[in-house]
Design a protein around this ligand. Structure first.
Ligand SMILES: [Zn+2]
Length: 188
């Protein structure tokens, strides 16, 4: 897995890119939780669930079906004004976790298509260094190289995409003159 905060960065960036008018801050926070949640499956190691099992690490919890289920549940709980948009945002947030995991260069792949298939998928290219499981293993030289890899392949593209979209929206926003709102390009 990439580190947990890198997973959270995906919905945060999408939320910033789309703006608060479309995705409210609390919904962005829910998306960040859903993007991190699949790795709660590591508890299976303590319970004797094998890594390769359907319920093992990177198994069912990393599938598109699981992402759709939790997105639908959260949309039903929050009853937003635009449910289709919020469902899509939350689904992408959850599904992005498994997809990012397929880009890592270690561990078993992610069972994206569970329950239809238990095949574990890796992307044909795996540029992200896999994060060690457990904080003790993470605080090491390897942890630093994982962070550097994530900075290059996740943080940088997410930040650039979010800031670009944010800048474009700011540039297209109607400007205020003397308390009246004028569309850009209109004459006084
Ligand atoms: Zn994961």
């Amino acid at each position: 897995m990439p580190t947990i905060m890198s997973h959270a960065l995906v919905p945060l960036s999408i939320g910033i890119a789309l703006g608060r008018g479309r995705i409210a801050v609390p919904i962005i926070a829910v998306g960040m939780v859903l993007a991190m949640a699949p790795d709660a499956d590591v508890i299976g190691f303590k319970l004797g669930v094998a890594y390769a099992d359907a319920l093992g690490h990177r198994g069912a919890s990393h599938s598109f079906v699981a992402a759709a289920f939790v997105a639908a549940l959260a949309t039903w709980i929050f009853k937003p004004a635009r449910p289709a948009l919020i469902f899509a945002f939350l689904f992408i947030a959850g599904a992005s976790h498994g997809l990012l995991d397929t880009l890592t260069n270690g561990g078993l792949g992610a069972a994206l298509l569970w329950p239809f298939s238990e095949t574990r998928y890796h992307s044909p290219v795996t540029p992200i260094r896999v994060s060690p499981i457990g904080i003790k293993n993470f605080i090491s030289e390897r942890g630093l190289s994982v962070l550097m890899s994530e900075a290059r392949w996740i943080w940088l593209p997410c930040t650039v995409a979010a800031l670009t979209a944010f800048g474009l929206r700011a540039a297209n926003r109607p400007k205020k003159f003397n308390g009246n709102i004028q569309n850009e390009g209109s004459t006084l």
